[in-house]
Unconditional design. Sequence first.
Length: 180
Amino acid sequence: MSFIEDSNFLKDKHKTYINDVILGNNFPYYYQTHDIAGGTGDSFLCHVVLSRPEERNNTDGINSPHFNFFKDLLETFCKKHNMKVIEIYRIAVNFTFYTGNPTSLPHVDHVFDHKQLIIYLNNPKDKKSNTVVSNKNKQIIKEVSPKKYKGFCFDNSLHYLRYPKKGERILAIITFNADL
């Protein structure tokens, strides 16, 4: 499994946009009844930028005026790491908080092969609100601690989050296909 972790790929314009727009008072999040596709898991807040392919209903799936910004984040990361984006499957900004459960359910975002880029957009108060990547047997392969502007990319694998016990955890999730 390939795994890339990078805390220094964003440009200053990206950081400014994140701070002024995405983390600003007017960025809309919407209540989601479950954090896992298929209707299981805990509730959370989400801003869907690009809908999942199966939810597009004969449209391009773009659901937000912020699509080009997040596409640029992905392309910046991929260019630095010698990947060429072929197709973007999904983009969302997740705002998670303590639900009473220690973790989300382990899941894979799509039933087909894909890569996943997660970018931490804030510095959570709970520094242990990690993202955990595991194998099919649920053995931990990698645990990534939250740090603002850190991105990490991995192939389609089981993963889950450790819910923050205080404050919130805000991150972008982009699933895609790329040539290496």
